[in-house]
Design a protein around this ligand. Structure first.
Ligand SMILES: NC(=O)c1ccc[n+]([C@@H]2O[C@H](COP(=O)([O-])OP(=O)(O)OC[C@H]3O[C@@H](n4cnc5c(N)ncnc54)[C@H](O)[C@@H]3O)[C@@H](O)[C@H]2O)c1
Length: 421
């Protein structure tokens, strides 16, 4: 239950608006709905304390409601200082899910909120970027004894947790939800693809047609944004460090070159690598007058913002989520959403239809962890294949799409070696 000391939101009076938007998102989340209905009957998470560090959006609210129906004793906090939808946070508290999240919170409040969630003494954790799990492993390790397991939503979080595992310091099992095919093929590619363009458009109202758009990183997110920018008529240049991915980008019809060359012609530069200082001092120095920078990777470390600050004489917020930097050499450069994931800072994040699959994975993986708690080791696990396939089948069904199945003859053929030419 929400009590004054286990939640912190901006404004409780926004709850009704949040409730309506949560309902609207639910229309596009049929798989989570099916899981929610089964959870309501079977209560697989009965009495289990769960802490979720997630972007506080309408889709997260629908996941939260499904977990609550499943019997979970759930609290939530933000996984990014700028991604919270304050009306949703207010509605969640009304639904009885204590939530600590305020859009625009500073780093101190961000970590205070994570600690409020940890004070719930979670037995299951849900993370997006691994800040909750890292805090639990470093500053609140006395709480780890009670944890059954956790899930991780995004690429950057999985990288951090695999590195924790490699150092032998991971103290409870984690399922890497990001690595499910029904997650990254759709959420990272089509979700980030559409919502990153949406965030930049809402912040700037730019016309994409004819613009030179530089996409840094041709992973699942980068290729989604490149595909959508191309569809809108932009000239897209891709930056990569992995030869195979760079080759894919070239054969997908994009120009590929080093960033230092690309920034000399770029109108918009977007980072989606999960790496640090992609746009560094030298790139900022070479950028054209009026260039726009945005990040849609997990952390704002992708852009060297301290260098940008140092190289400028000052900044002003010329529109919401658009900071204009007056550079010492007279150029003007623009940074969107303080370099934080622009799709969540300036727009609403991924459309509900893709989060339906990501969050179906979350719900089913939490159930799996509880059922298999005795068997799981201190590892980062992939999502069980049967969960992935089940979600794809449910999603297809909800879209009214039927597919063929193998005949017994084909099944035999595909598992044998005797038949040849
Ligand atoms: N905005 C969102 O809502 C959202 C959604 C999903 C994932 N993410 C985040 O986006 C980031 C990318 O995720 P992904 O799934 O595409 O990861 P990915 O691993 O599939 O792709 C990242 C790509 O960036 C490339 N890269 C790394 N360093 C580079 C450099 N210096 N220059 C050029 N390219 C470089 C890598 O080679 C790789 O191909 C992660 O931080 C992830 O957590 C954000």
């Amino acid at each position: 239950m929400a009590s004054a000391d286990n939640y912190d939101i901006k404004d409780a009076s926004l709850a009704e608006a949040g409730r309506q938007r949560i309902e609207w998102a639910a229309r596009e989340m049929p798989v989570v709905k099916i899981i929610r209905e089964r959870f309501a009957r079977e209560k697989p998470l009965k009495g289990i304390r769960v802490a979720g560090c997630l972007h506080i959006t309408t889709e997260t609210a629908n996941l939260g409601l499904a977990l609550k129906e499943g019997g979970a004793d759930l609290v939530l906090c933000a996984s990014n200082p700028l991604s919270t939808q304050d009306d949703v946070a207010a509605a969640l508290v009304e639904y009885g899910i204590p939530t600590s999240a305020i859009k625009g919170e500073n780093e101190k409040t961000y970590y205070k909120h994570i600690n409020t969630a940890l004070a719930h003494k979670p037995q299951l954790t849900i993370d997006d970027g691994a800040d909750l799990v890292t805090t639990l492993h470093t500053k609140r390790s006395e709480l780890i004894g009670e944890v059954i397991g956790g899930t991780e939503e995004t690429t950057t979080g999985v990288i951090r947790l695999r590195s924790l595992e490699k150092e032998g310091k991971l103290k409870y099992p984690i399922i890497a939800v990001n690595d499910a095919q029904t997650k990254y093929l759709f959420d990272n590619r089509y979700g980030t693809g559409q919502s990153t363009i949406d965030g930049i458009t809402r912040a700037t109202n730019v016309l994409w047609a004819g613009k030179k758009v530089v996409i840094c990183g041709y992973g699942w997110c980068g290729r989604g944004v490149a595909m959508r920018a191309k569809g809108l008529g932009s000239h897209v240049i891709v930056i990569e460090v992995e030869p195979v991915r760079a080759l894919e980008a070239a054969m997908d019809g994009f120009q590929v070159m080093p960033l230092l060359e690309a920034v000399k012609q770029a109108d918009i530069v977007i980072t989606l690598t999960g790496d640090k200082h992609i746009i560094d001092e030298a790139h900022i120095q070479a950028m054209t007058h009026c260039a726009i920078m945005a990040n849609s990777g997990h952390f704002n470390a992708e852009i060297n913002i301290p260098a940008l600050e140092k190289m400028s004489d000052g900044k002003r917020e010329i529109r919401p989520f658009v900071d204009e930097y007056a550079m010492k050499d007279g150029r003007r450069l623009y940074l969107l959403g303080e370099g934080r994931l622009i799709n969540l800072a300036a727009a609403e994040g991924h459309p509900a239809s893709v989060m339906d699959m990501s969050f179906a994975n979350q719900a089913l993986c939490l159930e799996y962890m509880v059922k298999n708690r005795e068997k799981l080791e201190l590892k980062v696990y992939s999502v069980p294949r049967e969960i992935d396939r089940q979600i794809a089948a449910l999603k297809l069904n909800s879209m009214g799409i039927k597919i063929d199945t193998l005949t017994p003859e084909q099944e035999k053929y595909l598992t044998s070696w005797q038949e040849g030419t």
